[in-house]
Ligand binder design. Structure first.
Ligand code: HEC
Length: 136
């Protein structure tokens, strides 16, 4: 009786050990293959892209190109262009997001709300990182 239970027991563990190994392999695959792609596509993090889609994309477009109705009406520039990035410092971008703007460029009225009271400073930083990530 004792001898037979000793023999059978190890076989009970085999499926458990196999499924444990499979789950470890799955986690490693997910970490190694999926995570870096998401990280590089998401400068500014999930929060930054969520904020941008909610508060900025209606004018600037989800990809920052400004290809929207408002973007065309107000001649909003393409934020994927290297020239745009070299022309704007982080400090300038932060000031514009916080204070908004209301100006005229080549006869076109350009208006953007101030987000100072709507966004926390770290959220503004996340948006700046996201915008920098638009650069091609
Ligand atoms: C109502 C439309 C509108 C919305 C919404 C909007 N913007 Fe703008 N934004 C503009 C316009 C118009 C300009 C001026 C275009 C230009 O730079 O010539 C502008 C300019 C900018 C600039 C460049 C500022 C500069 O100093 O030249 C940044 C950076 C920017 N927006 C970020 C954001 C972010 C981040 C959000 C969301 C939190 C946002 N915008 C929401 C309309 C909008």
């Amino acid at each position: 009786m004792r001898a037979s239970t000793r023999i059978r027991r190890p076989f009970l563990w085999i499926p458990l050990i196999l499924s444990f190994c499979a789950s470890i392999a799955a986690v490693q695959l997910a970490d190694g293959v999926v995570a870096p792609q998401r990280a590089s596509a998401q400068a500014g993090g999930e929060e930054g892209s969520r904020l941008f889609r909610a508060k900025c994309a209606s004018c600037h477009g989800p990809d920052g190109r400004g290809h929207t109705k408002q973007g065309e009406k107000m001649a909003i520039p393409d934020m994927t262009q290297a020239a745009w990035h070299t022309a704007h410092t982080d400090a300038q971008i932060r000031t514009s997001i916080n204070n908004g703007l209301d100006r005229e460029k080549n006869g076109t009225r350009q208006k953007m709300a101030a987000f100072r009271t709507k966004l926390r400073p770290e959220q503004v930083n996340q948006l700046i990182a996201l915008i920098r990530g638009f650069r091609h």
